[in-house]
Design a protein. Structure first.
Length: 367
C-alpha cells in the first residue's frame, strides 16, 4: 500500500497524486476482479493445482467426490469410484470450459500437480488407489500408487490412421503388388493439414490428402509393394501433419512384405594361390555357388582372369536351396604377382545380368 489522493491541476483536471514508491514495480490502482467462479458438484471437491498457458487459459487439477462434477469434452464422463481426479481447462475470461474431465478408476484417485507446455498439453500427477486407473502407453502398467498423465489440448486437430500396419503377400522382385489402403481421419475439432506423405524403399503411395481435412473428414492413401530384393522387406508409411496443434507431427504405419526370386551367393569371396611356376597349373581351389532364393538361379556365363581357369558342375542353373561347385586353377603366364576375378553372371535378385565375384591372386615364378 502507498499513500494516494486526488488533486485538481491548473486546468481543472482531476489527477492522482502518490507518495513515494518503487518505480521499478507496476503501479496498480483499484485492482479489478477479472473473474471468480465456483467449480464443482454437489459432493466434496478440491482444487489442488493450477497452471496457465500463453493465451491465459487456466488449467485446474484436483479431485472430486461429486457424481455431477461439470464436464466438457471429457476423456472420462463419469465418476467411477469413491473419488476421482479431475482436470479442467477454463478459457481466458473464465466464462467457459475448454474441457473438463474425470480421471480415475473404481477407488480413490486424486491429482495434486499440473503443468502445461507451449503447445497446450497438460501434464498431471497425483495419487491413485484404483486397480483399473486408465492408462495409455504405460511405462509401468501396475504396482504403483503414483500416476502421471499427459492430456492433449482441446480444440485441435487429431490425426487417426487405420490400419496401423499393412502386410503384403509375397511378390516377385521388381513386380508391383495389389493396392492396400490407409484411411486418415481428423478426429479432432480443428482442420488437419497434411504437409507430407512418404513410404520407404520398396513401397509406394498415392493419395487424395492434398487439402486440409475438416473435423470428422478423411482421405485415402493407396500403398503398393514392389520388392527390390529377395527376402523380407520392412518399411514405414509416414504422414506429417499438425496433429495436436503441433506442426511437424508424424504418424506412421508399419509396412512388411517378402520379395520372391532367385538369389545367388559365392563363397569364399577370394582365392589366393601359392607361387606357381610359369607354364604349369596349380591344384584347383573350390568355390561354392549357392541358390538362396525362391526361384531357380540361372547362370548366363562364368569368366576368370587371364591366368586363371575354372571347371564346374553347375549345368547352367541351381535350384532353390541348392548349390554347385566351381574348381578354380592358377596357370601363370609370366613372373610376378597375377590377379583376376572369377565372375558369375546370373539372375540373382530377379535381375538378369547380376554378378557374383570372387577375387583371384597368385604369383608366377621362373620354371
Amino acid at each position: 500500500m502507498i499513500d494516494g489522493r486526488f488533486t485538481l491541476d491548473a486546468e481543472n483536471h482531476v489527477r492522482f497524486a502518490f507518495g513515494p514508491y518503487d518505480h521499478s514495480l507496476p503501479l496498480v490502482i483499484d485492482p479489478v476482479l477479472v473473474y471468480s467462479t465456483f467449480l464443482g458438484g454437489t459432493g466434496a471437491d478440491n482444487g489442488s493445482a493450477i497452471a496457465v498457458d500463453s493465451s491465459g487459459s487456466a488449467y485446474v487439477a484436483g479431485y472430486t467426490y461429486s457424481s455431477d462434477f461439470p464436464t466438457a469434452n471429457p476423456l472420462q464422463a463419469e465418476l467411477r469410484g469413491y473419488s476421482n481426479a479431475f482436470i479442467s481447462k477454463l478459457n481466458p475470461a473464465g466464462s467457459a470450459l475448454g474441457y473438463s474431465t474425470y480421471l480415475g478408476g473404481n477407488n480413490a484417485d486424486q491429482a495434486y500437480a499440473i503443468a502445461v507446455d507451449p503447445f497446450g498439453y497438460a501434464y498431471v500427477t497425483g495419487y491413485k488407489q484404483s486397480s483399473n486407473f486408465p492408462t495409455a502407453n504405460p511405462l509401468q502398467p501396475n504396482y504403483a500408487t503414483t500416476f502421471i498423465a499427459k492430456i492433449t489440448p482441446s480444440n485441435v486437430p487429431t490425426a487417426s490412421l487405420s490400419p496401423s500396419s499393412l502386410a503384403f503377400a509375397p511378390q516377385n522382385v521388381g513386380t508391383g503388388s495389389a493396392t492396400q489402403t490407409v484411411l486418415v481421419t481428423d478426429t479432432g475439432s480443428q482442420n488437419l493439414s497434411i504437409s507430407g506423405i512418404s513410404a520407404s524403399v520398396g513401397f509406394a503411395e498415392t493419395d487424395n490428402c492434398s487439402t486440409p481435412l475438416s473435423p470428422s473428414g478423411s482421405c485415402l492413401i493407396l500403398v503398393t509393394f514392389t520388392p527390390t530384393v529377395v527376402g523380407e522387406q520392412n518399411g514405414t508409411l509416414s504422414v506429417t501433419d499438425n496433429d495436436g496443434g503441433t506442426p511437424g507431427s508424424t504418424q506412421t504405419v508399419s509396412l512388411t512384405g517378402t520379395g520372391l526370386g532367385a538369389l545367388g551367393s559365392a563363397s569364399p569371396n577370394g582365392l589366393s594361390f601359392a607361387s606357381q611356376a610359369v607354364g604349369t597349373t596349380s591344384a584347383a581351389q573350390p568355390v561354392t555357388l549357392s541358390s538362396n532364393g525362391t526361384a531357380t538361379l540361372t547362370i548366363a556365363s562364368i569368366t576368370t582372369g587371364a591366368d586363371f581357369s575354372q571347371t564346374n558342375n553347375c549345368n547352367g542353373s541351381v535350384a532353390p536351396n541348392g548349390s554347385c561347385t566351381l574348381n578354380d586353377s592358377f596357370a601363370p603366364t609370366t613372373n610376378g604377382a597375377r590377379t583376376g576375378t572369377l565372375t558369375i553372371t546370373d539372375n540373382s535378385n530377379g535381375v538378369n545380368g547380376s554378378t557374383q565375384t570372387v577375387s583371384q591372386t597368385g604369383t608366377g615364378s621362373a620354371p
